[in-house]
Design a protein around this ligand. Structure first.
Ligand code: PLP
Length: 285
């Protein structure tokens, strides 16, 4: 079965799905995106992802290409046409097609919309969560508005590649004061020796993950203590547990940071319980 993408009004086989070479998403990475988990064919936390999408678009002054209800219908249709049971749906909205010029295109230029979806390997993801993953640190090198979910991801691409080359799953950005901001495509968390769950405060310096928001509800549900503050790489290496969160990975235990085992070097109890309970706190649509 060939995969189907939605591109500016049409559902097309992936091989025929293409964008104009003067699409500003392509030329300037002038666009935003969202990724939702798909579980049992349903979208997880669509409402929250749509709210963050509206925020990203508004911060960049890009118009919504259609109503939220119409966009929801497209997302579900792409999931359906690709027969996604467990996987992701990806949407990207750009400032549209115009003759190349850095400044915004003429008023009325239609924003572009692309939606794709694919299945993921559930058993492989579960095995990864059971074993835990390694992360490496890289210096923070991104712009000052990473709270906007922009497709401008070059530092994230380089960070992820650095992780791959060191046999790790994820790279954690570390700011000039030695504090972890977040992963290249995930939020970063630790559990301190006295049992507090810590993640960086959601200011302009991190993407406020939807998974992060739901995990905060799960933490409250389990009666755990949460601290939203920065933590250093050293504190993470000396923590009882560490983990990462994202829509496609849910909660993934971290067992090694820069080659140093975290805690006893195995997935922690808190991360494992939060992964188990995550969907009790998430919405499905
Ligand atoms: N931080 C970054 C840089 C990301 O790219 C992502 C997800 O792609 C996240 C955090 C986690 O966000 P969410 O939980 O909404 O997937």
């Amino acid at each position: 079965m060939s995969r189907i993408a939605y591109v500016n009004g049409r559902y097309l086989p992936l091989a025929q799905a293409s964008v104009n070479i003067e699409d500003r998403g392509y030329q300037f990475s002038d666009g935003v995106y969202e990724v939702c988990e798909v579980r049992g064919g349903r979208l997880i936390d669509e409402r929250r992802h749509m709210a963050r999408l509206a925020f990203s678009l508004s911060e960049l002054r890009i118009a919504m290409p259609m109503s939220e209800a119409a966009l929801s219908a497209v997302l579900h249709e792409v999931v359906r046409r690709n027969r996604v049971r467990w996987g992701i749906v990806y949407l990207q909205i750009g400032r549209g097609v115009a003759r190349r010029d850095h400044a915004f295109p003429p008023a009325g230029t239609a924003p572009s919309l692309v939606v794709t979806a694919r299945n993921m390997d559930f058993a492989a993801a579960e095995a990864m969560a059971e074993n835990g993953v390694a992360v490496v640190s890289v210096p923070e090198s991104r712009w000052a508005r990473v709270d906007i979910k922009s497709v401008s991801l070059l530092p994230n691409v380089l960070a992820k590649q650095a992780a791959r080359e060191q046999g790790a799953r994820e790279a954690w950005f570390v700011d000039s004061e030695g504090r972890v901001t977040e992963g290249s495509s995930s939020n970063a968390w630790i559990v301190t020796r006295d049992g507090k769950v810590v993640t960086r405060q959601a200011d302009h310096g991190i993407l406020k993950g939807i998974t992060r928001t739901v995990v905060i509800a799960a933490i409250a549900g389990q009666g755990l203590k949460l601290e939203e503050r920065a933590f250093t790489l050293k504190e993470a290496q000396e923590a009882r547990e560490a983990f990462i969160t994202s829509a496609s990975q849910i909660v993934l235990p971290v067992v090694k940071i820069d080659g140093k085992p975290v805690g006893n070097g195995a997935p922690g109890l808190v991360a494992t319980a939060l992964r188990r309970d995550f969907h009790l706190h998430a919405e499905a649509s």
